[in-house]
Write a new protein. Structure first.
Length: 177
């Protein structure tokens, strides 16, 4: 394709180039809005699940106190506590990463500044990729999944393929080494 010779056509091409650049800049804010929406949904789901987990653990404690169900509950209470411990550790680790990302983006609650820049899309790349924190997170998620499946062989047999913690790489993605 030849370059245009007319000034009018050059200007139109330049305007298309600027429009494309502006659209590319808007993509990052749209992506951030999508992540914000997903984060809010996850927080809502997390609080609902926390309430259900509290109900389950209270029920297990009640069953442990009841002589009719104490023996069976005695088998499952330590397994439930192990799953809770693994999950609490993973949750805490992810929250540390989120705080680190926010702090790198200007979040500083000790100085009273609780806002941070969501526009700097290089911060997550620097921290998760350059610092190899992403690889560490990936390895810890693998260990978390295997730890959950190792709690009980009947759990492992039932959930090894359906545990909703898919760590496989999608097509077009490469794991960095």
């Amino acid at each position: 394709m030849a370059l245009p010779r007319e000034p009018r056509q050059k200007m139109i091409n330049l305007m298309y180039l600027v429009l494309t650049a502006l659209l590319a800049l808007n993509v990052s804010s749209e992506v951030l809005n999508a992540f914000r929406t997903v984060n809010n949904s996850l927080n809502n789901s997390s609080s609902t699940i926390d309430q259900k987990n509290q109900t389950i653990f209270k029920s297990l404690d009640d069953k442990l106190k009841d002589p009719k169900t104490a023996e069976l509950a005695g088998i499952w209470v330590p397994k439930a506590n192990r799953a809770k411990e693994l999950s609490d550790n993973m949750y805490s680790y992810i929250e540390q990463i989120k705080t680190r990302l926010k702090e790198a983006s200007g979040y500083n609650p000790s100085k009273g500044d609780t806002t941070f820049s969501e526009d700097d899309v290089d911060v997550p790349t620097k921290i998760l990729d350059d610092g190899k924190l992403g690889d560490t997170l990936y390895q810890r998620l693998i260990m978390y999944k295997s730890g959950l499946l190792d709690i009980d062989s009947s759990i492992a047999n039932q959930f090894k393929n359906s545990l909703p913690l898919d760590l496989s790489m999608r097509e077009g993605q490469e794991k960095s080494n």
